[in-house]
Design a protein around this ligand. Structure first.
Ligand code: ADP
Length: 398
């Protein structure tokens, strides 16, 4: 195989991350990576790093919309300083019930995935926009979609099925999960010694946790949408449905239009809740840790709620897996917030989880369990872009 430059486009609700890899037999070299963040705000960030991690661009542009943001990315890619891509891999949270396999993107496939925007309402619109733009701007190269839901396709029916009337199940309403590309990358990094019984906690701005048996997803916390599961930066996670009905009725009093009321409810549960909602301060763990040091009780409650929820979920997954060999922390909080890892694991000795204080005092990949801990506790980075490159290489050779 010759060397193929492969571009990865990975959009979040208000960010576009990109990276360019040179892929050849067995080798994957990232030659550039970057991101535009803060789309829709005056506080945008745009940065690019070269192959050795040196910042080549570090700007704070005004980013009124995604088209201005994506133009920064394409201008950088077209500057002549990096090779033109031979293929593009797009990360997509959900393609709904009909698009579950990673595959080549066509205009029809984009329309089909767009029809299920409600399954990842914060993520799908920007990803769809970028796919259409990429097909228009790079018409001669193949584009592939890599779905988060792909990793979770192995969940058994009893896990996937929602306890709702059949008419809604028939519309595709079930549990799909998210962060699948990150989970895949953790299993990939553990090869060839993937533990039989593995729990991975992806704790970033969005947070989820998965039970993985023999390298395959058995259960995951996120549901139909990334709002379900454990509490995260601005999202509720799982919540008594009566709370939603209560809030909706309050909203509906001032907002008689049903769609508008539903949009407002979505804003409450997806953008104003979670760590931000409980603390009333921030969705950023670093801010909350600072506030806790200063004695802020609401910040303490938000973080306690976060750690308690995750510990409880770990307990239920140990029961589901019928034991546990390894617990992995990943994502911005999982990799960097030493206190969260310690607080989550503090009461889990009965499950065989013992974290070593000294080993846990570092940021980044490490084994952090004690020498004699029955369960190995590790920290790993999510290598999502690398996984997408691997999928693209595989799909191109099919
Ligand atoms: P996203 O879901 O947006 O990809 P990330 O995986 O980047 O999110 O995680 C963002 C979270 O990681 C934020 O809550 C941030 O505070 C937290 N985080 C990043 N660095 C640190 C750090 N050094 N200490 C504590 N938390 C951190």
């Amino acid at each position: 195989m010759t060397t193929l430059p492969i571009l990865v486009l990975n959009s979040g609700s208000s960010s576009i991350k990109f990276s360019l890899y040179e892929a050849s037999d067995g080798a994957r070299n990232r030659i550039v990576e970057g991101a535009v963040d803060g789309i829709g705000t005056d506080l945008g960030k745009f940065w690019i790093k070269d192959a050795v991690g040196e910042k080549q661009v570090d700007q704070t542009p005004v980013l009124p919309n995604r088209s201005v943001a994506f133009k920064l990315v394409t201008d950088a890619l077209n500057s002549g300083e990096v090779p033109a891509p031979a293929a593009i891999g797009h990360r997509m949270v959900s393609g709904g019930p009909t698009v579950l396999e990673n595959q080549r993107i066509t205009p029809q496939l984009i329309d089909e995935m767009e029809s299920y925007s409600a399954f990842a309402p914060l993520h799908t619109p920007i990803a769809i926009y970028i796919m259409r733009e990429a097909l228009r701007m790079f018409p001669s190269i193949p584009n592939f979609v890599c779905l988060d839901t792909y990793f979770h396709r192995t969940m058994p029916e009893v896990v996937k099925h929602m306890p709702i009337p059949e008419e809604y199940s028939a519309m595709g309403v079930r549990r799909y999960g998210a962060h699948g590309v990150s989970y895949e990358s953790i299993v990939y990094q553990l090869q060839p010694n993937v533990p039989d019984k593995l729990i991975v906690a992806h704790l970033g701005n969005g947070a989820s946790i998965s039970a993985i048996r023999n390298g395959q997803c058995l259960d995951t916390s996120m549901g139909l949408t990334p709002t379900g599961g454990i509490i995260s930066g601005t999202r509720t996670g799982d919540i008594d449905p009566g709370v939603l009905i209560f809030i909706l009725r309050r909203i509906a009093k001032a907002t008689p239009d049903a769609d508008e009321a539903a949009d407002k409810l979505e804003t409450v549960v997806s953008k104003r809740s979670g760590l931000l909602g409980v603390s009333g301060l921030s969705n950023d763990m670093r801010d909350l840790r600072e506030a806790i040091k200063a004695g802020n009780a609401k910040a303490r409650l938000a973080v306690d709620k976060f750690c308690w929820t995750i510990a409880r979920w770990i307990g239920s997954y140990v029961a589901e897996l019928n034991g546990l060999d390894m617990l992995v922390f990943t994502g911005g909080i999982g990799e960097n917030d030493i206190d969260s890892r310690a607080e989550i694991c503090a009461g889990l000795g009965t499950l065989g989880i013992f974290v070593d204080q000294a080993r846990n005092s570092v940021r980044g990949p490490a084994v952090i369990s004690t020498e004699n801990s029955p369960v190995t506790v590790r920290v790993l980075s999510p290598l999502e872009d690398l996984m997408i490159v691997n999928h693209v290489v595989r799909l191109m050779s099919e």
